[in-house]
Design a protein around this ligand. Structure first.
Ligand code: CMP
Length: 131
């Protein structure tokens, strides 16, 4: 079994997309192990996105993630990290295939509606940052 840390970003909740996104994972057979709607602190955003803190887009990314509550979840299934990354689609939503979450619900790189862990090491770090 493998776990992934996934969150729906503030605009996803604001647009009423939490149920649709969660249903995609559940219908695929992925188990929801933890679920929480949470307003993050600046420290949690900085810890989560530590590899991006020197990037020019980081101030805007931080404001975006702090702009409202996010829907945090720990999802579990065999090979769940790669399965979810395929379901989520490319980071730049403009390049995400139709049928993926970003390809169906988002338009840009920053406001790409959802985050999903990219490796087992990231998942362990991200889960312990939030739960
Ligand atoms: P996420 O998968 O959560 O990981 C890092 C986030 O930073 C990414 O989704 C986007 O929201 C944002 N991001 C990554 N690259 C860029 C970029 N070039 N310009 C703006 N935002 C970015």
């Amino acid at each position: 079994m493998e776990q992934s840390l996934v969150f729906i970003k503030p605009d996803g909740g604001e647009r009423g997309l939490i149920g649709d996104v969660l249903a995609r994972f559940e219908k695929r057979g992925i188990k929801v192990k933890q679920l929480e709607l949470k307003q993050l602190t600046e420290d949690q955003v900085t810890a989560h996105y530590q590899e991006h803190i020197d990037k020019p887009f980081f101030p805007n990314l931080k404001s975006y993630i702090l702009s409202g509550p996010i829907c945090l979840m720990v999802l579990e299934a065999p090979s769940v990290i790669s399965i979810i990354r395929k379901m989520v689609g490319a980071t730049n939503s403009a390049e995400a295939d139709p049928g993926t979450i970003r390809g169906d619900y988002a338009l840009t790189t920053q406001n790409n509606i959802i985050h999903a862990s990219d490796s087992p090491e990231s998942a362990a770090r991200e889960i312990s940052n939030f739960f």
